[in-house]
Design a protein around this ligand. Sequence first.
Ligand code: SF4
Length: 190
Amino acid sequence: MKKKYWYDYLWIVTILYFTLGFFNILFAWLGMIMFILPLLFAIIGGNKLYCNKYCDRSRLFELLGGRFSLNMAPPPFLRSTWFRYGFLAFFLTMFGLMVAYTYQVFTGAPLRETVTLLWTFKLGWSTAGVSSVTPWVAQYAYGFYGVMLTSLVLGLATRVLYRPRSWCVYCPMGTMTQGICKIKHRNDAK
Ligand code: SF4
């Protein structure tokens, strides 16, 4: 039996994160750690160690394995540069719009106590703890949780059709860190 390491259990982080955020949206801010860490690994180390070992999301997909999955090979277009970078551009644009609305709330716009799933569906969400912080802090939490939930749902849907870690083929974070590593290695080689 394959020896287990502590990072094999990082899938717990995903479960905890979404559970805590379900009851108190302010926990969504913890997701910034999962957002910044892969970038730091890529920028400082020039590697994808985060993806290869420490990503809680991919650990969850590995844990689920081939269960409830058609286990097909991902279609070639998912791996294509145009699709991966196009999806990254779309993801970053939606992220930018979320940040822009947070700024509007900072300048007086009303707080929207909803989580947006798949950039379309507005889900009413718990307001627990929201009154204890300034509105823009809560707005960012709602927006960021929507981003994280959307990527989780896309990842789960992808693994139902394809192999367990097929989401990693076009995950925006994976595309970004791969791009950073390429640039870093090119510069180091000069
Ligand atoms: S590609 Fe995305 S989901 Fe996959 S390991 Fe990297 S950060 Fe995690």
